[in-house]
Design a protein around this ligand. Structure first.
Ligand code: UGA
Length: 436
């Protein structure tokens, strides 16, 4: 099959590369020339474990190409995927569909034979139908169908999520489009991964509902964590005890400094808007957003308390600033709320992150970047763990405590135990939802 992928952001690039690994002929298209030049040189512009190996394999096999020329990529394709950005529109929380609609119009002009135009971008309910209207208006003679195929991959585990998904969701309007989409995902179907065919609106809503539900689990456990602290319970035991109930499940019940990233914050706020617009307010999702903001503020209070009421003049060594490990992505990371607060209140902040510096430098002015946790912690007052990178999970705690001027730890990902930290010489330890 011939596939074009429009947009080489996170979702577009991973999907395009992985489709070529299924054996399809794929052209990934982007307007950004420098990005395409970089890809043609064999460089992957995002940090995603395993992606460059799959890319190299398929470029070598002649199945994967990169181009700025949308028209020729679309002309031969059986399926054209739109994977351009849908950022939150400034001011109203809505998903900004400018790029999606512009892509649809451009694709329409380039269509030749029957083609399925598929949205991979996360788009509000009704967008696929609007897109079909645009294509029809631009090219009344074109033979096409639209399909909604939301993506569920996680940054840092994207290749595996794509190749071994929990499910594939495809919204279509007729058998012909379903046949094409079935062929696109045939390798997964043969390996028994579930493919759910549904209508366009349901597919669009599944994506928002799934992300909002996962965000709900996180906000829920973060609120329970605050209660644990007050009543002397331990969030890890509580989450484990809850999660062993198969109806609840143990995933996404890790308490922490709040969810971040390019998806949960954007999609929860878009779902809240969609609900309001249709006169069906999504109260739970609205509260989830509110709780997530409150969690970040609660984390600031914790650090301030460890500093005896003021961070002014204190040295804080921050381990991890990306929104989660195994990514260089800083979008909506809790660090973007917490670190500027510390700097703004007179703390001397040193940051270590295995991948975050490139993006983080511009976003976190006033901090000093270090590459080694032990150097960052030297003479510091507080060691603050914000992202649970593997390299921070087995630090030599005695060495750290011995070099700090006032060894205290705020472990906002609960990766250490209080007993171990205090036994190593730290004088205070605080975490999330556990005894401090
Ligand atoms: C999320 C979803 O997990 C994917 O299924 C979805 O495809 C993607 O959004 C998207 O819509 O594109 P991602 O944003 O890459 O993926 O990251 P997650 O691993 O879901 O983590 C999101 C945030 O939640 C992180 O800040 C993480 O630290 C936080 N989190 C996650 C917790 O605080 N606790 C948990 O138990 C799990």
């Amino acid at each position: 099959m011939k596939i074009s992928m429009i947009g080489t952001g996170y979702v577009g690039l991973v999907s395009g590369i992985c489709f070529s690994d299924f054996g399809h002929e794929v052209v990934c298209v982007d307007k950004a020339e420098e990005k395409i030049t970089q890809l043609k040189r064999g460089e992957v512009p995002i940090f995603e474990p395993g992606l460059s190996t799959v890319m190299e394999r398929n470029v070598t096999a002649g199945r994967l190409q990169f181009s700025t020329d949308l028209s020729s990529a679309v002309a031969d394709a059986d399926a054209v995927f739109i994977a351009v950005g849908t950022p939150t529109r400034r001011g109203d929380g809505h998903a900004d569909l400018t790029y999606v609609m512009a892509a649809a119009e451009e694709i329409a002009r380039a269509l030749t034979d029957y083609t399925v135009v598929v949205t991979k971008s996360t788009v509000p309910v009704g967008t696929n139908r609007k897109m079909a209207d645009i294509i029809r208006r631009t090219r009344p003679d074109a033979e096409f169908d639209v399909a909604s195929n939301p993506e569920f991959l996680r940054e840092g585990a994207a290749v595996d999520d794509f190749m071994r998904p929990d499910r594939v969701i495809v919204g279509v309007e007729n058998d012909r489009a379903q046949q094409v989409m079935g062929d696109v995902y045939r390798p997964l179907f043969l390996r028994d991964f579930p493919i759910v065919f549904t209508d366009l609106e349901s597919a669009e809503l599944i994506k928002y509902a799934a992300n909002a539900f996962l965000a709900t689990k996180i906000s829920f456990i973060n609120e329970i964590a605050a209660l644990c602290e007050r009543v002397g319970a331990d969030i890890k035991s509580v989450a484990k005890g809850m999660g062993l109930d198969g109806r609840i499940g143990n995933k996404f019940l890790h308490a922490g400094p709040g969810y971040g990233g390019s998806c949960f914050p954007k999609d929860t706020s878009a779902l809240a808007r969609i609900g309001q617009e249709h006169g069906v307010p999504q109260h739970i999702t609205e509260t989830v957003i509110h709780v997530n903001e409150a969690v970040k503020r609660r984390m600031i209070d914790k650090i301030t308390d460890l500093c005896d009421g003021s961070v002014n003049g204190k040295t804080v060594a921050v381990l991890g600033v990306t929104f989660k490990p195994n990514t260089d992505d800083m979008r909506e990371a809790p660090a973007l709320t917490i670190v500027p607060h510390l700097v703004g209140n007179g703390a001397n902040v040193r940051v270590v992150d295995p991948q975050g510096r490139r993006e983080g430098e511009a976003l976190l002015p006033g901090v000093t970047w270090e590459t080694d946790p032990y150097i960052a912690a030297k003479d510091a007052d507080v060691l603050l763990i914000l992202t649970e990178w593997n390299e921070f999970r087995a630090l030599d705690l005695s060495r750290l405590a011995g070099s700090m001027s006032n060894p205290k730890m705020a472990d906002l990902r609960n990766i250490y135990s209080r007993e171990d930290v205090l036994a190593a010489g730290f004088t205070a330890y605080d975490s999330v939802g556990r005894k401090s």
